[in-house]
Design a protein around this ligand. Structure first.
Ligand code: FE
Ligand code: FE
Length: 269
């Protein structure tokens, strides 16, 4: 039987994944996201890239119906698939690190949804806060649970935003994409190309890149972003398998690429 992905209807994972998305939809309000940005974007915790990778050995993403391996395995699988297709070295590295923002769980809390047990503030498909939730969200029946949807400042198609303002001016639900993007943006040795940063920042934004929502908010230049993300998404999604790698073995190949684009010093989280 062919393997399917993003299948949310298998009974064993459904309950956990549904609960995750119910809480995420309920709690990720504009006010919450602003609070998390202030709290976690402090850039004062030095940690080496490879230590961060190793920490993802301890994390299983509860929102992912396809994968019950530690997250570092998903990162290596993505990178190896990009490498097997002879794609550029920076893109291979992007595959390897794109979910590293999940290290948030190291200093997260249950109340914030950023711990090992409560991940609704770290993982899962994201959406725009400050405007109406589209039906293209996974489990759209939970949209009405979001308190912002009863607030007329936030529940129209454009909400707090100017029409056509573009992706980079939107505030998305708080999670690992935005966290890593902001950490790398601050990282003085970061030489990753813009495409890599787009892949990191928007890969979980399914209602946009797969659902086709938010047309009123998009800018012309977001078309280019969409191409970049769709190209990356096939490696994020379709490479999930039960094949397990040894981080120390693949490190030999990826370390020089990481040094080239991120330097050799610590990253400040
Ligand atoms: Fe991710
Ligand atoms: Fe991923």
């Amino acid at each position: 039987m062919e393997k399917t992905f993003r299948n949310y209807d298998q009974s064993d994972v459904t309950t956990a994944v549904r609960n995750h998305y119910r809480k995420m939809r309920q709690k990720q309000t504009l006010e919450y996201v602003r609070r998390m940005q202030k709290k976690y974007l402090t850039f004062d915790k030095p940690m080496d890239l490879w230590d961060a990778m190793a920490h993802l050995n301890d994390l299983i993403d509860v929102s992912d119906p396809d994968l019950d391996l530690p997250n570092v395995q998903h990162l290596i699988q993505s990178a190896e698939a990009i490498r097997a297709d002879d794609r550029p070295d920076w893109m291979q590295l992007t595959g390897l690190i794109h979910d590293l923002g999940k290290v948030l769980f190291l200093w997260g809390s249950d109340e914030d949804g950023t711990s090992q047990d409560e991940q609704w503030g770290t993982v899962g498909d994201v959406f725009v806060v400050g405007c109406a939730l589209p039906d293209s969200c996974v489990y759209p029946e939970f949209n009405t649970l979001n308190p912002d949807m009863a607030d007329e400042r936030y529940n129209s198609d454009t909400g707090i935003y100017k029409a056509g303002c573009g992706l980079d001016n939107l505030t998305l639900a708080w999670g690992h994409d935005e966290y890593l993007f902001q950490v790398l943006r601050k990282h003085s040795d970061n030489k990753l190309p813009e495409e890599a940063m787009v892949m990191i920042r928007y890969h979980s934004f399914y209602p946009w890149h797969t659902g086709g929502s938010y047309a009123k908010l998009l800018h012309e230049k977001d078309q280019r972003y969409l191409k970049i993300i769709r190209d990356f998404n096939k490696y994020d999604l379709y490479t999930k398998s039960s094949k397990a790698y040894d981080l120390d073995e693949v490190k030999e190949y990826y370390r020089p690429i990481a040094d080239k684009y991120l330097g050799t010093g610590p990253i400040y989280w």
